[in-house]
Design a protein around this ligand. Sequence first.
Ligand SMILES: Nc1nc2c(ncn2[C@@H]2O[C@H](COP(=O)(O)OP(=O)(O)OP(=O)(O)O)[C@@H](O)[C@H]2O)c(=O)[nH]1
Length: 415
Amino acid sequence: MFDLLPNNSHAPKISVLGVGGCGCNTINQLSKAQLADNVQLIAVNTDAQSLTMCECSVRLQIGTEITKGLGAGAKPHKGFEAAKESEAELKQHIEAADIVFITGGMGGGTGTGAMPFIASLAKELSKPLVAVVTTPFSLEGQKRAQQAKNGVDELINAADAVIVLPNDKLIDALDKKISMVNAFYQSNRILQDVLQGLTTTISQSGLINIDLNDFIEVISHQGRAAMGVARQQANDDLQQTIANALQNPLLEKIELTQAKGAIVSVIATDNIELSQYNLIGACLQQQLNADAMVIIGLTIVPELDCELELMVIATGIETPAHLQQTPANQPVASHSSPEVAAIERDLHSVPTAMGIDSNISAVVIDTQVDKKPRFEPSELLNLHDFLRQKSAVAITEEDELEIPAYSRRAKLSGL
Ligand SMILES: Nc1nc2c(ncn2[C@@H]2O[C@H](COP(=O)(O)OP(=O)(O)OP(=O)(O)O)[C@@H](O)[C@H]2O)c(=O)[nH]1
C-alpha cells in the first residue's frame, strides 16, 4: 500500500462545497474517500432533512428564513435568495480557503440559484473558484434544461472555471440496462474523481510540481473547462492513453483547440522515460492552440499498479454554437406507442443541454430492445424524491477495477 497524500502543512487550504441535493450526494461520496488534511468538505443545502443525511463534518443550512428548511422547490431565485440570506456564513468558509471548489446539479432550485452567488462571493474575496456541475437528463423536461442553461451561463461569468458533466451523457456511455441508481452512482463517481483528482493535483508534491500558482494561472482563463483521466497498463500505446484522457465519454463535448490553457498531471512509476514525458507534452501541444499555456506535473509513485495515470484539465474553452441547439428537424423515432411518442415529442421540443452532441441528447428511448422509454413516466414524476432516497450505492468488486487511483487509494486505506 502507498500513500500519495502526505500531511503537508504548506499545502494550500482547499474547500469543497457541495450545493443542493446533487452536491451533497457528491460530498457524501467524497467523505468516504481519503483526502488530504488540507481539504475540507462542506455540505450546503436549503433542505434540512437531506443535510442530516450528509456524513461530512461541516454542514451549512442556507436560507433558513426563506425556505424554512424545505428546499428551494426547483426555483433558482429561491436558491439565490437562500444563499444571499446566508452570505456571512458562506463568506467565512470561502475566506478560510486558498482555493474553492463547488459542485452541484444544475436545473433545480438550490444548486442553480446558490452556486453562481457563491462564485460571485469568491470573486469578491479574490479566491479562485472552480465549479464542477451536472446538467439534467433531457427526460427531466424543458424547464429544468433551460434553468440549467441559465445557471451554467451565470456560473461561467462568476467562476474561474466551470466543468460540466451532462447527465444525458450517461445514457450514451453506460450499459443501456444499467439501473437509474447505478447511473447516478457512476455520474457521482465521475464527479468524485474530478474533484479528488483536482484536489490531489494541488496538494501533493511531485518531481515536477504543479503548485497553486500554476493552477490558478491556467484556470484563470474564465470559461468552460474540461477534464479527462486515463490509465496506461504495460504495453499500452501512450498516444492512445492520451487520446482516451482527452475523450472521456462522460464529459461534455468540447473543442480542445479552443482551450487557452491545460494542466496535465502525470502519475507514473519510476520507469517513466524522458521520451514518454516529452511525448505527452508534444501530443497535447498538437491538440491545443499554439498559444495555450500547458503545465505538466509529474509525480513518481514506484508502487503504482499501472504504468501511468494521466489527468488533463483544459481551460478557457468556449462551447461552439453548433453544439448549443437541437436541430429543429431532428428525426423522431417511428413505430412508437402513443405514450412513447408523447415523450419523444416532448424531448424534441427540449433544447439540447449545453454542449451535448445533438444526436446524443435525445437518445433516451430504448428502440433497440422493446420500444419502451427507459424510465417509466411514474418514475420521472418522482425523480427527485427517488434521487434523495437512493443516492448511496455500494461500490461493487467489478466497479473497483475501473476506479482511478485517486479513488482506489481511499478504498485501499479502508475508508
Ligand atoms: N449526477 C447526479 N445528478 C443529480 C443527483 N441528484 C440530482 N441530480 C441532478 O441535479 C439536478 C438538481 O437536483 P438537486 O440537486 O436535487 O436540486 P437542488 O439544487 O437541491 O434544488 P431543490 O431540490 O429545488 O432545492 C437534477 O435535475 C438532476 O439532474 C445525483 O446524485 N447525481
